[in-house]
Write a protein that binds this ligand. Structure first.
Ligand SMILES: [Zn+2]
Length: 516
């Protein structure tokens, strides 16, 4: 049987440290549900000791049914001079009530001296005591060895002693972290072998960063040397240059080395997961991202296209569909149809693979995507579009006949006003509302017109991305909003050269979905 590798996802903790990444609690919950669906072994949700948002996340994550993944809370070893049982940060790790607790501690004798400023023995006791305390509360404990590779190079005996202290406390996993991201694959492999030899039974894992462009290579070197657990983030988001990218390490381990990480069905969800996380993070997906980028299996004209048509392996290292990607020369072919049928099914819409409606919907989607639309985070807009093609859409519940938005500013204060003329069942109404910004004002005006006829819908999140203009065309704005009726939430999208127009499209879709 193939060796199996545990996948430990830290998108919600280490990933959220990345520059320009701001996850709300709702964002984190949606990502966690998606990571569970994908089939991660562990999902690290956050550090309860570092901010109240993570405490709220863990409280609300109790509603998610984790069938496959185990949720982990992250923290550190106790402070020096207090018992673990009396350390507020450590106790906080129990309060969030997760099956797994991951703590990090110092591996490097140099860091113990210079940063922690305590004796080498006190640090070992801090590690053992914290792990033992968490174990006494029946938690699975993952112990992250900070600066493991650097510390091992500097003072191998002390580094190993720190790992043995965690094992003495009862740690279930010992994870070597290349915290500064500057190690080389051969060094990571040597440290992994040394740890495995010293720890005997306790499984060893690896956590790498990409500062030298070696995050993936270092993780694979460690797995090749015998590690059985790998930590990383979706799309490699994370501090500085980021973490080891799970969207690369998973297919490399599974397809190139033949180790088992996730089911082959899960692997087919990899490209979708990558786009989903980019969507929630409001990042433009990198088309050149290995395995999952839209250009990863794109063939541009000439002999390659011809060769790939005859024999797909001619210019492709794997079949793109195994990671949920597709060959882009054959956009409207079978795989495009299968994907849209699958997507429709997940939205509760029955689409016949061979019907003309599927072909026209796919055509429209391709055109819209070319024009800057993206439906990754806007499932409600996609559902509305698909229903229109299969003739199952209801008549529009209302129509915006015209609108007018003004913005005024004076000395540090800004104020917007929106006037909306809307027709509901043939009857026109005119509403006026004020707001903090043009979109807020528009939403308020629309809502005051609709509130009498329709259930209350509120705008809970709003994301704007400017899409660069090309070939002399103006830059476009893509607006993704999430609306909620207090029970469910749904995403919609609008794209226009005009921010207000793009927002209006997304808001109108948001209401239309609630009323459909
Ligand atoms: Zn890290």
């Amino acid at each position: 049987m193939a060796r199996s590798i545990e996948i430990y996802d830290t998108t919600l903790r280490d990933g959220s440290q990345g520059q320009g990444i701001h996850f709300s609690v709702d964002d984190k919950l949606r990502i966690a549900a998606e990571l569970e669906r994908f089939g991660m072994t562990y999902i690290e949700g956050g550090w309860p000791g570092s901010n109240p948002r993570d405490v709220e996340f863990f409280a609300r994550a109790k509603k998610i049914k984790f069938k496959h993944a185990k949720l982990a809370a992250f923290g550190s070893t106790r402070r020096k001079g207090v018992r673990a049982s009396e350390d507020a940060q450590v106790r906080g790790l129990l309060e969030v009530d997760t099956p797994v607790v991951t703590i990090y501690g110092k591996t490097s004798a140099l860091h113990v001296r210079e940063v922690l400023r305590c004796s080498p023995e006190e640090n070992l006791e801090m590690i053992r005591d914290t792990v033992a305390f968490l174990k006494s509360h029946r938690r699975e404990v993952v112990y992250d060895c900070e600066h493991a590779i650097d510390g091992w190079k500097d003072d191998p005996a002390y580094a190993i002693a720190s790992m043995l202290a965690a094992v003495a406390g009862g740690a279930d996993r010992i994870v070597l972290c290349d915290t500064n991201g500057g190690s080389l694959p051969a060094e990571v492999a040597a440290a992994t072998r040394a740890a495995i030899a010293a720890l005997k039974k306790t499984p060893v894992g690896i956590h790498t960063h990409d500062d030298a462009g070696l995050g993936l290579a270092n993780a694979l070197a460690s797995l090749e040397a015998g590690a059985s657990h790998v930590q990383g983030t979706v799309n490699g988001i994370g501090e500085r240059t980021g973490n080891c990218d799970l969207t690369a390490v998973i297919p490399c381990a599974q397809l190139k080395f033949g180790w088992k990480c996730v089911s082959s069905t899960s692997l087919k969800g990899l490209a979708g997961l990558s786009r989903f996380v980019d969507g929630v993070a409001n990042l433009a997906p990198d088309p050149r991202r290995p395995w999952v980028g839209t250009a990863a299996f794109a063939h541009k004209g000439g002999t390659h296209v011809d060769a790939v048509r005859k024999f797909s392996a001619a210019y492709e290292h794997v079949d793109p569909t195994v990671v949920g990607n597709e060959r882009t020369v054959l956009v409207s072919d079978q795989s495009g149809r299968s994907n849209i049928v699958l997507k429709a099914k997940s939205l509760g819409i029955d689409l016949d693979r061979d019907s003309p409606a599927t072909a026209t919907a796919l055509d429209e989607l391709k055109k819209l995507e070319h024009g800057g639309w993206s439906f990754e985070d806007a499932e409600a807009s996609l559902a509305l579009l698909l229903r229109r093609h299969i003739g199952k859409s209801k008549a529009a519940p209302f129509e915006v006949a015209s609108y007018h938005v003004t913005a005024r500013g004076a000395k540090g204060s800004a104020y917007c006003e929106a006037v909306v003329r809307i027709s509901i069942a043939g009857k026109e109404t005119l509403t006026v509302a004020e707001g903090d910004g043009p979109v807020h004002a528009l939403d308020q005006a629309l809502r005051s017109a609709l509130v009498k006829s329709f259930p209350k819908v509120s705008l809970v999140d709003y994301k704007v991305r400017i899409l660069g203009g090309t070939d002399g065309t103006a830059a476009k704005t893509r607006v993704v909003i999430r609306s909620s009726d207090g029970k469910a939430s749904w995403g919609t999208v609008g794209v226009s050269e005009n921010l207000v127009e793009a927002s209006l499209q997304a808001i109108v879709d948001g209401y239309a979905h609630a009323l459909s």
